[in-house]
Design a protein around this ligand. Structure first.
Ligand code: NAD
Length: 478
């Protein structure tokens, strides 16, 4: 068993006030691996007090000074990539190559915002010669960040880096299933990179107790949440009562649209990657594949073949790892039954299989259902597992109608060699991210966020700095 993981508050490791620890798991072998502090409102109060006390000094520093510490942290994360990746591989069940790629992205967030904050400035407003008027962007104070388990340090870095760069201090509550790298990086920041104690604190524990206490704390002035629409709604109620701003990055059921003029040699493996990566536990996953009827059968046959090329398992050579939580493993199994009840037979996958290489790990066969209509539950609800539904369409108008017939609006893919068509569809689909001819393209520089029930506010890019600051306008009569 791994040792128990404690909070990291004000530059110190701190056991939970309650003395209670939650089980943590190792998805690759389906076992309990240790314990994680079960934080409560008492622990949150200590962390928020530390963040609040550290804020005036952090905010008063020149952006270039804050940025220098963040660049040092980016370099340290890179230098420790092997150790951090191993923590995430064990906690999430991802293949090692993918864990390493996500640690690199986390480093890039600190690098990007550590530099960008130097050119993030207010504006002079021209009121004629009688006045001097200008705007400045000011931090909120203490920001609460709550992250899920599917890409732990990547998602933590995405919110923490712009919040800190802008002069806020942070209390981060990672998922209780994947807290290891958040604690490790907060410790690195304070103990090895010169970040003052209290600027970045990590409290651990379950959402309903520890997460809700963080959102409710009177000194937390802004919250960034990534996770399920269910929890997002509960948090939004608390934030509405407190009148504090919220960034919500929630789920998706994103359409990935293949037109008959697409390069299928690119589109078919691209469509498989779009739903299979991270065993489908990706909010942005392209899980509704809309295929023009004239090429439907050809694409379905190609998908069945392409899926077999993606190895699933615990090994370093696997493309697809395990599901991360025991509840998620059970939920995906239930989806196979729901699909059967809706009269669907899987083209590939569709049931749990015994595989000696998989042992007791929470591995799930990648699954494709064809003959799906957009009114079926499996086409409307987020599975958060490696499950793709294929839906035929007739023409552009039909594709747009089906693509937008969903409560979500996080992402959409378009596969076509017709540039005008790509622009027409990009303009018509209701989603925060549109990818043409490469699903998931982009980087830390490209803004991310949802339309409709996929959330509001934006992460990434320069856009995120607007969301972690509030605008002040000063006007002086000369
Ligand atoms: P979840 O909502 O159960 O948990 C996310 C985080 O919120 C965890 O830290 C959890 O402890 C905390 N939490 C849960 N209930 C809470 C509450 N009432 N108050 C405060 N905190 C609470 O989600 P999950 O199961 O960890 O993640 C899967 C979901 O996240 C999927 O729906 C997925 O689409 C979504 N997601 C979205 C994005 C995005 O960027 N849009 C990224 C990753 C995951």
């Amino acid at each position: 068993m791994s040792p128990r993981l404690d909070h990291y508050i004000n530059g110190q490791t701190r056991p939970p006030a309650s003395g209670v620890y939650l089980d943590s798991y190792e998805p690759l072998c389906g076992q309990v691996s240790g314990g994680v502090a079960a934080g409560n409102a008492d622990d949150v109060a200590v962390a928020v007090a530390a963040a609040s006390a550290a804020q005036a000094d952090w905010r008063a520093r020149r952006p270039i000074e804050r940025g220098r510490i963040m660049l040092a942290l980016a370099a340290k994360i890179r230098a420790q990539s092997a150790a951090l990746s191993e923590i995430e591989r064990r906690e999430t069940g991802k293949p090692p190559w993918q864990a390493a790629a996500e640690i690199e992205v986390a480093a890039q967030y600190f690098e990007f915002y550590g530099g960008l904050v130097n050119v993030f400035q207010g504006e002079k407003i021209d009121l004629g010669s009688g006045y001097h008027s200008y705007t400045s962007r000011e931090p909120y104070g203490v920001v609460g960040v709550i992250t899920p388990w599917n890409a732990p340090l990547n998602q933590a870095g995405r919110a923490v880096a712009p919040a800190l760069a802008a002069g806020n201090t942070v209390v981060l509550k990672p998922s209780e299933f994947t807290s290891g790298t958040s604690v490790a990086v907060a410790r690195m920041a304070v103990e090895e990179c010169g970040m003052p104690a209290g600027v970045l604190n990590v409290v651990l524990g379950a959402g309903a107790e520890c997460g809700a206490a963080l959102v409710s704390h009177p000194l937390v002035r802004k919250v960034a949440f990534t996770g399920s629409p269910r929890a997002g709604r509960e948090i939004a109620h608390i934030a509405a009562d407190r009148i504090i701003p919220l960034t919500l990055e929630l789920g998706g059921k994103s359409p990935n649209i293949i037109f008959e003029d697409a390069d299928l040699a690119q589109a078919i493996p691209g469509a498989v990657r779009a739903f299979i990566i991270n065993a489908g536990q990706v909010c942005l996953a392209g899980t509704r594949l809309l295929v023009q009827r004239s090429i439907h059968d050809q694409v379905v046959a190609g998908l069945a073949k392409a899926v077999q090329a993606f190895k699933v398992g615990p090994g370093a050579d696997a493309m697809v790892g395990a599901l991360t939580t025991p509840a998620q493993y059970e939920r995906v199994k239930q989806w196979f039954q729901i699909a059967r009840d809706e009269g669907l037979n899987a083209v590939v996958g569709g049931e749990v299989v015994e595989n000696p290489e998989w042992g007791q790990g929470w591995f799930m066969p990648p699954t494709v259902y064809a003959g799906v209509t957009n009114d079926m539950r499996i086409a409307r609800e987020e599975v958060f597992g490696p499950v793709l539904v294929v839906i035929p369409f007739e023409d552009e108008a039909d594709a747009v109608r089906i693509a937008n017939d969903t409560e979500y609006g996080l992402a959409a893919g378009i596969w076509t060699q017709n540039l005008s068509r790509a622009h027409r569809i990009a303009a018509s689909v209701e989603a925060g991210q549109i990818y043409v001819n490469e699903y998931g393209a982009g980087g830390v520089e490209t803004p991310l966020g949802g339309f409709k029930s996929s959330g509001y506010g934006r992460e990434k890019g320069i856009e995120a700095l607007h969301h972690y600051t509030q605008l002040k306008c000063v006007t002086i009569k000369l």
